[in-house]
Design a protein around this ligand. Structure first.
Ligand SMILES: Nc1nc2c(c(=O)[nH]1)N[C@H]1C(S)=C(S)[C@@H](COP(=O)(O)O)O[C@H]1N2
Ligand SMILES: [Mo]
Length: 202
Protein backbone atom coordinates (compact mmCIF):
# COMPACT_ATOMS: atom_id res chain seq x y z
CA UNK A 1 0.00 0.00 0.00
CA UNK A 2 2.99 2.30 0.43
CA UNK A 3 3.26 2.92 -3.31
CA UNK A 4 -0.44 3.43 -3.88
CA UNK A 5 -0.43 7.02 -2.72
CA UNK A 6 2.44 7.84 -5.03
CA UNK A 7 0.88 6.16 -8.06
CA UNK A 8 -2.47 7.60 -7.00
CA UNK A 9 -1.32 11.14 -7.72
CA UNK A 10 -1.55 10.44 -11.43
CA UNK A 11 -4.76 8.38 -11.52
CA UNK A 12 -8.11 9.58 -12.89
CA UNK A 13 -9.50 9.17 -9.36
CA UNK A 14 -6.94 11.63 -8.07
CA UNK A 15 -7.75 14.11 -10.82
CA UNK A 16 -11.43 13.80 -9.96
CA UNK A 17 -10.67 14.38 -6.29
CA UNK A 18 -8.84 17.59 -7.19
CA UNK A 19 -11.61 18.93 -9.43
CA UNK A 20 -14.12 21.10 -7.56
CA UNK A 21 -17.86 20.71 -8.22
CA UNK A 22 -19.01 22.00 -11.60
CA UNK A 23 -15.45 22.23 -12.97
CA UNK A 24 -13.73 20.34 -15.81
CA UNK A 25 -9.98 19.90 -16.25
CA UNK A 26 -8.11 21.57 -19.06
CA UNK A 27 -4.46 21.37 -20.06
CA UNK A 28 -4.25 24.63 -21.99
CA UNK A 29 -4.26 28.01 -20.27
CA UNK A 30 -7.16 30.20 -21.42
CA UNK A 31 -6.79 33.99 -21.22
CA UNK A 32 -9.68 35.88 -19.61
CA UNK A 33 -9.54 39.65 -19.37
CA UNK A 34 -12.30 42.23 -19.05
CA UNK A 35 -10.51 44.60 -21.44
CA UNK A 36 -7.37 45.00 -23.52
CA UNK A 37 -4.02 43.85 -22.14
CA UNK A 38 -2.11 46.79 -20.68
CA UNK A 39 1.60 46.86 -21.53
CA UNK A 40 3.50 48.01 -18.47
CA UNK A 41 7.17 48.76 -18.94
CA UNK A 42 9.29 47.62 -16.03
CA UNK A 43 10.64 51.16 -15.59
CA UNK A 44 7.06 52.46 -15.17
CA UNK A 45 5.95 49.62 -12.91
CA UNK A 46 5.11 50.46 -9.32
CA UNK A 47 3.41 48.45 -6.59
CA UNK A 48 1.74 50.20 -3.67
CA UNK A 49 0.40 48.97 -0.34
CA UNK A 50 -2.39 51.13 1.06
CA UNK A 51 -4.33 51.18 4.28
CA UNK A 52 -7.65 52.71 3.31
CA UNK A 53 -6.76 55.69 1.11
CA UNK A 54 -3.28 56.06 2.62
CA UNK A 55 -0.23 54.69 0.75
CA UNK A 56 2.07 53.05 3.29
CA UNK A 57 4.73 51.37 1.15
CA UNK A 58 5.73 51.16 -2.50
CA UNK A 59 8.23 49.30 -4.63
CA UNK A 60 9.59 49.94 -8.07
CA UNK A 61 10.44 46.88 -10.18
CA UNK A 62 14.06 46.75 -9.08
CA UNK A 63 13.32 46.77 -5.35
CA UNK A 64 10.35 44.42 -5.76
CA UNK A 65 12.31 41.94 -7.85
CA UNK A 66 14.97 41.80 -5.13
CA UNK A 67 12.47 40.46 -2.55
CA UNK A 68 12.66 36.78 -1.56
CA UNK A 69 10.85 34.52 -4.04
CA UNK A 70 8.85 31.38 -3.38
CA UNK A 71 7.83 28.62 -5.80
CA UNK A 72 4.22 27.43 -5.90
CA UNK A 73 2.79 24.39 -7.69
CA UNK A 74 -0.96 24.74 -7.42
CA UNK A 75 -4.25 23.79 -9.04
CA UNK A 76 -6.21 26.77 -10.38
CA UNK A 77 -9.94 27.12 -10.94
CA UNK A 78 -11.80 29.58 -13.14
CA UNK A 79 -15.46 30.36 -12.53
CA UNK A 80 -16.09 29.77 -16.27
CA UNK A 81 -15.72 26.07 -15.22
CA UNK A 82 -12.17 25.16 -16.22
CA UNK A 83 -9.58 23.95 -13.75
CA UNK A 84 -5.92 23.30 -14.40
CA UNK A 85 -3.74 21.08 -12.22
CA UNK A 86 -0.15 21.56 -11.07
CA UNK A 87 0.47 25.06 -12.44
CA UNK A 88 3.94 26.34 -11.55
CA UNK A 89 4.56 29.88 -10.36
CA UNK A 90 7.19 31.93 -8.61
CA UNK A 91 6.76 35.16 -6.76
CA UNK A 92 6.72 37.02 -3.47
CA UNK A 93 4.32 35.62 -0.89
CA UNK A 94 2.04 38.21 0.70
CA UNK A 95 3.63 37.30 4.06
CA UNK A 96 7.08 38.17 2.70
CA UNK A 97 5.72 41.33 1.10
CA UNK A 98 4.24 42.59 4.37
CA UNK A 99 7.42 41.63 6.25
CA UNK A 100 9.47 43.64 3.74
CA UNK A 101 7.17 46.60 4.34
CA UNK A 102 7.57 46.11 8.10
CA UNK A 103 3.82 45.86 8.56
CA UNK A 104 1.15 43.42 9.61
CA UNK A 105 -2.16 42.86 7.89
CA UNK A 106 -3.98 46.07 8.81
CA UNK A 107 -7.64 45.13 8.28
CA UNK A 108 -9.75 41.99 7.65
CA UNK A 109 -10.21 42.72 3.92
CA UNK A 110 -8.09 43.57 0.93
CA UNK A 111 -9.00 45.13 -2.39
CA UNK A 112 -6.45 44.22 -5.09
CA UNK A 113 -6.03 46.69 -7.94
CA UNK A 114 -4.78 46.24 -11.50
CA UNK A 115 -3.15 48.67 -13.94
CA UNK A 116 -6.18 48.14 -16.20
CA UNK A 117 -8.55 49.55 -13.56
CA UNK A 118 -9.66 46.08 -12.45
CA UNK A 119 -10.20 45.38 -8.78
CA UNK A 120 -11.20 42.37 -6.71
CA UNK A 121 -11.70 41.81 -2.99
CA UNK A 122 -10.15 39.02 -0.93
CA UNK A 123 -10.41 38.30 2.80
CA UNK A 124 -7.01 39.08 4.35
CA UNK A 125 -6.95 35.58 5.88
CA UNK A 126 -6.91 34.10 2.37
CA UNK A 127 -3.69 35.97 1.57
CA UNK A 128 -1.80 34.99 4.74
CA UNK A 129 0.07 31.80 5.65
CA UNK A 130 1.81 31.35 2.28
CA UNK A 131 -1.53 30.88 0.52
CA UNK A 132 -1.04 33.73 -1.97
CA UNK A 133 1.69 35.59 -3.79
CA UNK A 134 2.50 38.35 -6.22
CA UNK A 135 3.60 36.06 -9.05
CA UNK A 136 6.25 37.10 -11.54
CA UNK A 137 6.93 33.83 -13.35
CA UNK A 138 4.75 31.07 -14.78
CA UNK A 139 6.18 27.70 -15.81
CA UNK A 140 9.72 28.96 -15.31
CA UNK A 141 9.39 32.01 -17.55
CA UNK A 142 8.55 35.66 -16.89
CA UNK A 143 4.79 36.06 -16.70
CA UNK A 144 3.47 36.99 -20.17
CA UNK A 145 1.37 40.17 -20.56
CA UNK A 146 -1.83 38.25 -21.38
CA UNK A 147 -1.58 36.30 -18.10
CA UNK A 148 -0.88 39.44 -16.07
CA UNK A 149 2.82 40.16 -16.52
CA UNK A 150 4.96 41.69 -15.21
CA UNK A 151 3.20 40.66 -11.97
CA UNK A 152 -0.17 39.37 -10.85
CA UNK A 153 -1.82 38.44 -7.60
CA UNK A 154 -2.20 34.67 -7.31
CA UNK A 155 -4.71 33.26 -4.81
CA UNK A 156 -4.92 29.74 -6.22
CA UNK A 157 -7.40 28.34 -3.71
CA UNK A 158 -10.06 30.88 -4.76
CA UNK A 159 -11.66 31.24 -8.22
CA UNK A 160 -9.15 32.83 -10.56
CA UNK A 161 -10.99 36.14 -10.95
CA UNK A 162 -9.61 36.95 -7.46
CA UNK A 163 -6.07 36.73 -8.89
CA UNK A 164 -5.77 40.28 -10.22
CA UNK A 165 -3.53 40.48 -13.29
CA UNK A 166 -1.21 43.48 -13.87
CA UNK A 167 -1.48 44.06 -10.15
CA UNK A 168 -0.62 47.60 -9.09
CA UNK A 169 -1.26 47.29 -5.39
CA UNK A 170 -3.13 45.91 -2.43
CA UNK A 171 -5.41 48.10 -0.36
CA UNK A 172 -6.39 47.08 3.16
CA UNK A 173 -10.03 47.96 3.83
CA UNK A 174 -12.06 47.82 7.06
CA UNK A 175 -15.19 47.03 5.08
CA UNK A 176 -15.41 44.17 2.55
CA UNK A 177 -15.54 46.19 -0.68
CA UNK A 178 -16.80 44.66 -3.93
CA UNK A 179 -14.48 44.84 -6.92
CA UNK A 180 -15.12 44.66 -10.68
CA UNK A 181 -16.83 41.24 -10.87
CA UNK A 182 -18.25 41.34 -7.37
CA UNK A 183 -20.15 44.52 -8.32
CA UNK A 184 -21.53 42.50 -11.25
CA UNK A 185 -22.94 39.69 -9.12
CA UNK A 186 -19.98 37.47 -8.33
CA UNK A 187 -19.19 36.15 -4.87
CA UNK A 188 -17.37 38.17 -2.21
CA UNK A 189 -15.10 35.18 -1.33
CA UNK A 190 -15.18 32.72 -4.27
CA UNK A 191 -14.14 29.35 -2.78
CA UNK A 192 -14.39 26.80 -5.63
CA UNK A 193 -14.85 23.88 -3.22
CA UNK A 194 -17.96 25.59 -1.84
CA UNK A 195 -18.98 26.64 -5.36
CA UNK A 196 -19.17 30.29 -4.36
CA UNK A 197 -19.72 31.63 -7.87
CA UNK A 198 -22.48 34.21 -7.49
CA UNK A 199 -23.27 36.72 -4.80
CA UNK A 200 -25.99 34.69 -3.09
CA UNK A 201 -24.20 31.33 -3.12
CA UNK A 202 -23.57 30.14 0.45
N1 LIG B 1 -6.39 43.11 -13.88
C1 LIG B 1 -7.21 42.09 -14.24
N2 LIG B 1 -7.09 40.93 -13.59
C2 LIG B 1 -7.88 39.89 -13.92
C3 LIG B 1 -8.87 40.00 -14.92
C4 LIG B 1 -8.96 41.25 -15.59
O1 LIG B 1 -9.79 41.45 -16.50
N3 LIG B 1 -8.11 42.26 -15.22
N4 LIG B 1 -9.69 38.92 -15.20
C5 LIG B 1 -9.87 37.95 -14.11
C6 LIG B 1 -10.54 36.76 -14.51
S1 LIG B 1 -12.23 36.87 -14.67
C7 LIG B 1 -9.90 35.56 -14.62
S2 LIG B 1 -10.75 34.13 -14.88
C8 LIG B 1 -8.43 35.47 -14.53
C9 LIG B 1 -7.89 34.85 -15.79
O2 LIG B 1 -6.51 34.72 -15.74
P1 LIG B 1 -5.75 34.22 -17.03
O3 LIG B 1 -6.12 35.13 -18.17
O4 LIG B 1 -4.31 34.21 -16.69
O5 LIG B 1 -6.28 32.82 -17.29
O6 LIG B 1 -7.83 36.73 -14.35
C10 LIG B 1 -8.53 37.58 -13.48
N5 LIG B 1 -7.73 38.73 -13.23
MO1 LIG C 1 -13.00 34.67 -14.88
Amino acid sequence: MATRGFIGRRTPEDHAARTPPGQALTTDFPVLSAGPTPRIKLEDWKFTLKVGPRPVFAWDWKTFDALPKTAFTRDIHCVTTWSKLDTKWEGVTIDDLLAAAGMEAATPFVLAHGFDGYSTNVPTADLAGSKAMIATTYDGKPLTPDHGGPARLLVPHLYLWKSAKWVSGLQFTEVDTAGFWELRGYHMVGDPWREQRYHDDP
